[in-house]
Design a protein around this ligand. Structure first.
Ligand SMILES: O=C(O)CCC(=O)C(=O)O
Length: 288
C-alpha cells in the first residue's frame, strides 16, 4: 500500500488494514511465543503471569490476584516472560515503516508504548461495550468535538496471528461527535447494534491500524483461537493525554529493561514522557 492510501483510509474511515507486516519467518516463532505466554496467563497458580485482562472488566486496572478467565495478556515484551521475538517484531522495519508513515515522523521520534496480546477466553464468552479509548461516554457533544479535533501523537494496531473477526468499528466516527441515537444506545444498551457498524475481518498476518477514538467494541467468543498482537507507538510530541492513555497500563517495568537497537531510544522517550507528566498520578482514561 502507498502512504497516500494508508493515510487516506485512516483519515476517511478511521482505520486501515495493511497486509503482511509479519515477515513469514517470524509468524511461527510469534505463534509459539504467544502460546507460551497465554498458558502462563491462564495459569492460576503463583507461577502464572499476573498482568492480564480479566473477563468481566473492560478497562484497567485489572485485578492481579483473580485469574478466572482472561481476554488479554499485558506487557509481552517484559523480560520476565523471556520471549524476545515480541521485541524483535515490535522494532522490525515493516512495523516502523508503517508507524512512521502514519505518524509522519522519523524513527528517532518514536516512543515505545504498549504491546499486549488479545486472546479468546476459554470459559466465558465476553464482549466490550462501545467506546472511544480516551473520551468518556458521558462527555458532552462540545467536549467530544474538541477532543476529536486534537492532534494524534500516537497510533495503535491489531495484528492477527490467526484469522480474527472480533473487532467492530463504526467507520468515520473518529471525525464526528456521536449522533443522538449513538448516545442513547451507549447509555442504555452499550453492546447493541449501531448504524453503520462493521466487523473488521483480519486474515493471518493482517494488521488493522485504527484511531483509538473511533467508536469501537469487541466480541470474544471462547473459540476459535484468537492470538492477536495489540500494540501502540507514539511520538515524542505526546503530552499528558497520551501519557495517561499509555501509563494507565502500569508501564514502570520498562525503566529497568535494556532494550536492543532502536527500541532502547524509544524506551528512553517513554521514560521521559513519564517523568515530565507525572506518570501514574495521571489516573485512568475510562474506569469501567
Ligand atoms: O479486542 C480488540 O480488538 C479491541 C480491544 C479494545 O477495544 C481496547 O483495548 O480498548
Amino acid at each position: 500500500m502507498t502512504p497516500d492510501e494508508i493515510l487516506g483510509s485512516l483519515e476517511t474511515y478511521g482505520y486501515v488494514i495493511i497486509p503482511d507486516l509479519i515477515p513469514p519467518p517470524l509468524l511461527g516463532p510469534l505463534r509459539e511465543a504467544s502460546s507460551r505466554v497465554i498458558a502462563r496467563a491462564r495459569d492460576e497458580s503463583d507461577a502464572g503471569w499476573p498482568h492480564v485482562r480479566v473477563v468481566g472488566k473492560q478497562f484497567p486496572p485489572w485485578p492481579k490476584d483473580v485469574r478466572e478467565d482472561v481476554w488479554g495478556v499485558q506487557h509481552i515484551m517484559h523480560p520476565d516472560l523471556g520471549e524476545r521475538v515480541f521485541a524483535e517484531w515490535y522494532g522490525s522495519q515493516p512495523v516502523l515503516d508503517a508507524v512512521t508513515t502514519i505518524l509522519g515522523c522519523g524513527a528517532k521520534e518514536l516512543q515505545l508504548e504498549l504491546f499486549n496480546l488479545l486472546v479468546n477466553p476459554t470459559k466465558t464468552a465476553f464482549s466490550l461495550a462501545w467506546h472511544r479509548d480516551s473520551i468518556p461516554p458521558e462527555a458532552s457533544t462540545e467536549v467530544e468535538i474538541r477532543l476529536l479535533k486534537a492532534p494524534r501523537y500516537g497510533t495503535q494496531w491489531n495484528t492477527a496471528l490467526y484469522d480474527d473477526s472480533c473487532l467492530l468499528v463504526v467507520p468515520g466516527s473518529h471525525r464526528r461527535p456521536r449522533t443522538d441515537e449513538e448516545q442513547r444506545t451507549m447509555a442504555e444498551d452499550p453492546r447493541a447494534k449501531l448504524e453503520g457498524e462493521i466487523v473488521v475481518h483480519l486474515k493471518t498476518s493482517d494488521t488493522v491500524f485504527y484511531d483509538n477514538n473511533i467508536l469501537h467494541r469487541a466480541v470474544y467468543p471462547t473459540e476459535p483461537v484468537r492470538q492477536t498482537l495489540h500494540a501502540s507507538m507514539g511520538t515524542v510530541e505526546a503530552g499528558v493525554e497520551r501519557a495517561r492513555n499509555i501509563l494507565q497500563h502500569d508501564m514502570e517495568w520498562v525503566r529497568d529493561v535494556r532494550f536492543e537497537g532502536r527500541l532502547e531510544g524509544m524506551m528512553q522517550n517513554l521514560v521521559r514522557l513519564r517523568d515530565e507528566t507525572g506518570g501514574q498520578e495521571l489516573g485512568y482514561n475510562l474506569e469501567w
